[in-house]
Design a protein around this ligand. Structure first.
Ligand SMILES: [Zn+2]
Length: 268
């Protein structure tokens, strides 16, 4: 069923989920220390008319309310940046056509002079006075409900000038590097390229982890030497010192380090 009132929503078991740009920007802002609320409290839920903090909003735009998605968020003033600066950046980016905020419907925010604004783009940019103070309210367009356009958009980094506007290709390269590093850390023989966090699409690719493969071959060679009873001339002190270096140990991985440790390293 599609609930359109509070009572119908309660009867339906109170389902809800954040719209994709709401979830993406919420995650980004949470990383910067902000508390972000999506589903409204009881006063929002029972409000007449119900607005965008509930999945049965009566104020969707430009399409119908995509039940049970919630298309609004409140950002509280406890993050790495003051809300007047964050609000100003969102307005600037929306007006400049930055894709991360293409889906923004309106914003309630208070500027650095203490003026509170209801700033909307439905579709034309309009600004009027508001009394929705104390937090930043964002409402999103219904046609962006599952859009990934806000993934990777970081208004805090943009204010601080530390945003590196990566192309999709550069973003993919970074993700691939992250999957490689993970495979090296875990010493897994195969690198599995999972999902691109920006596009949410899988890479559909795997690759051998050459380091893990080489280390496994080395461990096997040492094991074979040991089993063959061959006398190998090594400087035990040097070898032991090298292997006890925590960075070397981490790079070699548990299996290889274990095999080497077994190889009479204590015999000096
Ligand atoms: Zn709100």
């Amino acid at each position: 069923m599609t609930a359109t009132t509070y009572l119908q929503w309660v009867a339906d078991g109170q389902p809800w989920k954040p719209a994709t740009p709401v979830a993406d920007l919420r995650d980004t802002l949470q990383r910067h220390g902000f508390t972000v609320y999506v589903l409204g409290d009881e006063s929002h839920q029972k409000a007449q008319p119900p607005e965008d903090h509930v999945p049965y909003s009566h104020t969707p735009w430009p399409g119908k309310q995509p039940y049970p998605y919630v298309l609004a968020m409140d950002v509280m003033p406890n993050g790495d940046l003051s809300l007047d600066k964050l609000g100003a950046q969102l307005v600037k980016d929306k007006n400049a056509g930055v894709s991360g905020v293409h889906g923004l419907k309106y914003l309630n925010w208070t500027d650095s002079n203490g003026n509170c604004w209801h700033e909307s783009w439905q579709p034309k940019h309009a600004r009027e006075s508001s009394d929705d103070r104390g937090h930043l309210h964002l409402s999103w367009r219904t046609d962006f409900v599952t859009s990934t356009s806000a993934a990777g958009y970081d208004p805090v980094a943009r204010v601080k000038g530390i945003d590196v506007a990566l192309t999709d290709e550069e973003w993919a390269s970074l993700q691939i590097a992250a999957y490689r590093i993970k495979a090296i850390q875990d010493n897994t023989p195969t690198i599995v390229y999972g999902v691109n966090a920006r596009t949410k699409k899988p890479f559909h690719a795997t690759e051998p982890n050459e380091l893990a493969v080489a280390l496994a071959a080395q461990a096997k060679a040492i094991e074979d030497l040991k089993n063959a009873g061959t006398s190998v001339v090594l400087d035990p002190a040097t070898l032991k010192a090298a292997l006890l270096d925590p960075q070397v140990l981490a790079a070699l991985g548990a299996a290889t380090a274990g095999a080497l440790a077994e190889y009479h390293l204590s015999k000096e």
